[in-house]
Design a protein around this ligand. Structure first.
Ligand SMILES: Cc1cc2nc3c(=O)[nH]c(=O)nc-3n(C[C@H](O)[C@H](O)[C@H](O)COP(=O)(O)OP(=O)(O)OC[C@H]3O[C@@H](n4cnc5c(N)ncnc54)[C@H](O)[C@@H]3O)c2cc1C
Length: 537
């Protein structure tokens, strides 16, 4: 593995401008054309396009710069160094565990590569309810095509691993369509440790694509540096105030840096982006900031099979079904997408219900364990308003996400659907991930028991790796924090380019929605700032 080329280390050796943490002390002041907060999905696409337009770009990332040489397929290394709050970020009542990246490349460095365009039904809803009339599938198609080409999104041609194959088989026996998932990989080794960073650089994350392209064109990258505040004067942002931070996010010694730019881009991801705007006291005349933050709340069903499943091995998510999204109206009872996620020991043990001998027994059967997840499509119904970001006394964000009866009704239906598919695939035992669930040995027994389970927060284990909203986009300022072109409704030299601009959840894994939509926004911004036409390389 150590003999694999490492394009990041090679770039550093060639003289990329990277400062912060082990890369060198920060200067007191930096002047540039555009300052970008973050280095994830939205930031990467934006940085590539703006540097192509000849603009002087500075990216500020609070996490570290890690690259393929550092990725050893070990959970114990990955979670503390690559994830927000060590992969244990919790909602206010601790009922939902949230996975989000915190490193160069953001969540794209650790994500599982599933790539879907924004569904037509989601875009129709945005047009009807949020005035986003120019966001049709046809209008977005060229922007998605470019992003797909740039990031090598394509059909996965290797056989699914057993974990995914069981979803395909169980669904097929019930007459439920379960197609293949497209992935953004090039020369993938099918290792299965995408969530710990790709050791072979096959995953086409921002870490190996757009960020290197921007650095080659002279962009600067500050790492282990947090943007603490957007400093406002006379209705415009006049600077970023940044502080050095340690690997765990606590303050590091060293002076503040002030970055002065013509235009500022907030790309810190949902939760962190609205929090930064709040910390900075930005105008919010209609009290929208931090509200309508969505998670695709996820519930999980485990199952035991006779044969080895080895859910840690091979491409993580390659089969899905939208059957339970498409068989009901988008603004009716909450629908859900089913996928088969990777299963690794630490994340598995910390998500499983129970304790003591019962949990030890379950862990002993880890190699034969299968897992399905249901992504609940939140944000489309009046009883599904998502969560709200607020600030703790130290300025850090916390998300209050009420798991309402409306959402939990979807969780119960999802547990039922997943159990039926698992039994249909030949499971000996199905165990919904819920504190009061038992091991069920038949579909009839599971159906009756799941119908009676109390669907309450903390009893039902809920997780999420899809954080969206909080700085929603809309066709008028009463419904959105940013305009349809990504510019802040009240602050003309500030744009938001990340998952926080979505007015609802996507109803599909969100990365490609961010790449495609931000591609359009950043291309327009590049033209306005430089007069030049640019295209994602
Ligand atoms: C484990 C996991 C698996 C996933 N799997 C998939 C998948 O298979 N398919 C899919 O479509 N999506 C997946 N996702 C989700 C997808 O990766 C995210 O939706 C997407 O990357 C979000 O992009 P973003 O630009 O909003 O923010 P991010 O990519 O999260 O980037 C934000 C960056 O900004 C930095 N930052 C935040 N605030 C500040 C600040 N104040 N100062 C400096 N830096 C700051 C953060 O540290 C972070 O690095 C997954 C996510 C995770 C965590």
């Amino acid at each position: 593995m150590s003999r694999q080329p490492d394009p990041v280390r090679e770039g550093l050796a060639r003289g990329w401008r990277v400062l912060g943490g082990p890369h060198g002390a920060l200067p007191g002041r930096i002047d540039c054309d555009v300052a970008i907060v973050g280095s994830g999905a939205g930031a990467g696409i934006t940085a590539e396009l703006l540097t192509q337009a000849g603009l002087r770009v500075v990216l500020v990332e609070e996490g570290p710069l890690r690259s393929s040489t550092d990725f050893h397929q070990r959970e114990s290394e990955a979670y503390p160094t690559l994830y927000q709050e060590s992969a244990a970020r919790k909602t206010a009542d601790k009922a939902i565990n949230i996975l989000q990246g915190r490193c160069v490349g953001g969540s794209t460095t650790v994500n599982w590569t599933s790539s879907f365009r924004t569904p037509q039904s989601t875009l129709d809803h945005w047009r009807d309810r949020f005035g986003l009339s120019d966001f049709s599938s046809d209008a977005l198609a060229p922007w998605f095509q470019q992003a797909e080409r740039r990031l090598n999104v394509g059909t996965w041609l290797m056989p699914p691993n057993e974990n995914n194959e069981l979803l395909r088989r169980g669904a097929a026996r019930l007459g439920i369509a379960a197609p293949m998932i497209q992935r953004n990989v090039k020369g993938c080794w099918d290792l299965g440790s995408c969530g710990m960073g790709c050791p072979t650089n096959a995953k086409q994350s921002m870490l190996v694509t757009t960020i290197p392209a921007a650095l080659e064109r002279g962009a600067s990258l500050l790492v282990q540096t947090r943007v603490q505040e957007l400093v406002m004067k006379g209705g415009r942002i006049e600077a970023l105030r940044c502080v050095p931070v340690q690997l765990d996010g606590s303050l590091a010694s060293g002076a503040e840096v002030r970055i002065v730019a013509k235009h500022y881009l907030v790309c810190g991801g949902a939760i962190n982006s609205p929090a930064l705007l709040m910390r900075s006291g930005l105008p919010d005349p209609h009290s929208l900031l931090g509200r309508r933050t969505f998670l695709h709340p996820v519930v999980i069903s485990a199952a035991l099979f006779e044969q080895a499943v080895a859910g840690w091995k091979g491409a993580p998510q390659t089969i899905y079904t939208d059957h339970f999204l498409e068989t009901q109206p988008i603004d009716g009872a909450i629908g859900y997408k089913l996928e088969a996620p990777p299963i690794h020991p630490v994340i598995f043990a910390s998500t499983l219900p129970g304790y003591g001998q019962a949990q030890a027994d379950l862990l002993a059967e880890f190699p034969k364990t299968h897992s399905l997840l249901a992504l609940l499509r939140d944000g489309f119904h009046e009883q599904s308003a998502g969560g709200r970001v607020t600030l703790r006394s130290d300025g850090s964000p916390v998300l209050d996400y009420p798991l309402t009866d409306f959402v939990m009704d979807g969780a119960r239906r999802a547990f039922l659907s997943m159990a039926e598919i698992q039994f249909s695939a030949g499971a000996k035992v199905v165990l919904p991930v819920h504190e009061m669930a038992q091991r069920y040995t038949s579909w009839a027994q599971a159906r009756e028991a799941i119908a009676a389970l109390p669907m309450k927060p903390l009893l039902t284990r809920v997780v999420s790796a899809h954080v969206m909203g909080g700085c929603g986009m809309a066709g008028d300022d009463k419904r959105g924090v940013v305009r349809p072109d990504g510019v802040h409704w009240q602050v003309a030299n500030l744009s938001v380019h990340d998952g926080s601009i979505f007015p609802t959840s996507i109803g599909a894994n969100p990365q490609l929605s961010i790449y495609g939509i931000v591609n359009r926004l950043a291309t327009g911004l590049a033209k306005r700032l430089s007069g030049r036409d640019v295209t994602l390389a």
